[in-house]
Design a protein around this ligand. Structure first.
Ligand code: PGA
Length: 257
């Protein structure tokens, strides 16, 4: 069985209009393996610029657009927020939800994450749900417990069957932007745990959900990480801001064989 493989770029609050055009033309030259999709997630103001650049450059269809956040509300008096419908109209297909930076700096709880996942699915957007433990949680042996507690509210909200339409990104918080990557073995072990946790609810769904690794993935370490049985792709921050480096990661992804 082949799982979809996804390489997603999380630009965070970085990037510019010129990086959008550079990235679109750079990525158009990448040879992607069969079941690999690429998702670029720039900041809100650059979403439509990406869509127009993609049209102008006739960008290959497996390179798609994602947002980094979305409101749990449909519309209304929520100054500064962006709705699923607005994302759809801007050409967005994916949305990162519950990134650890949003959980820690903007107090997003797993309950809120679950609500956002539900509205995203209703709007036909694919949520990239981020989960991950802190360094102290790993050191005190609580990793699996933390990950289960982050996933359970989403399962309760949308039901396990709907996980066929989501992507999960496992990002150990201590590896994000630090240059400290989880070893391929450690990452695999945790990905396997996540898949087994989902399999306790529904095996078929668990076997199909793409699980991405995130946390200091780069051109030098991606091959070993992406070779792991339960790692189906990556969510890449820093290294996704360098077009040449990101291209290497995209072309290294082989997808699950
Ligand atoms: P990083 O970020 O690749 O810079 O560690 C990953 C992420 O936060 O999604």
């Amino acid at each position: 069985m082949k799982r979809q493989s996804i390489i997603a770029a999380n630009w965070k609050m970085n990037g510019s209009l010129s990086l959008i055009s550079e990235m679109v033309s750079g990525l158009n030259q990448v040879q992607l393996a069969d079941n690999v999709n690429v998702v670029v997630c720039p900041s809100f103001p650059f979403l439509t610029a990406f869509t127009y650049a993609a049209q102008d450059e006739n960008l290959q269809s497996r390179i798609q657009l994602g947002a980094q956040n979305v409101s749990e509300h449909q519309s209304g008096a929520y100054t500064g927020e962006v709705s699923t419908q607005m994302l759809k109209e801007s050409g967005v297909n994916y949305v990162i939800i519950g990134h650890s930076e949003r959980r820690s700096y903007y107090n997003e709880t797993s309950t809120l994450v679950a609500q956002k996942v539900a509205v995203a699915l209703e709007a036909d957007l694919t949520p990239i749900i981020c989960i991950g433990e802190s360094e102290s949680e790993r050191e005190s042996g609580q990793t699996n417990q933390v990950l289960s507690a982050q996933l359970q509210p989403v399962i309760d909200e949308i039901g396990i069957e709907k996980f066929l339409d989501v992507v999960i990104a496992y990002e150990p918080v201590w590896a994000i932007g630090t240059g400290k990557t989880a070893s391929p073995e450690m990452a695999q072990e945790t990905h396997q745990f996540i898949r087994e946790f989902l399999a306790m609810k529904q095996t078929d769904v668990a076997n199909k959900v793409p699980l991405l690794y995130g946390g200091s993935m780069n051109a030098a370490n991606c091959e070993q990480l992406l070779a792991q049985a339960d790692i189906d792709g990556g969510l890449i921050g820093g290294a996704s801001l360098k077009v040449d480096e990101f291209k290497v990661i995209c072309s290294t992804a082989k997808g699950y064989q």
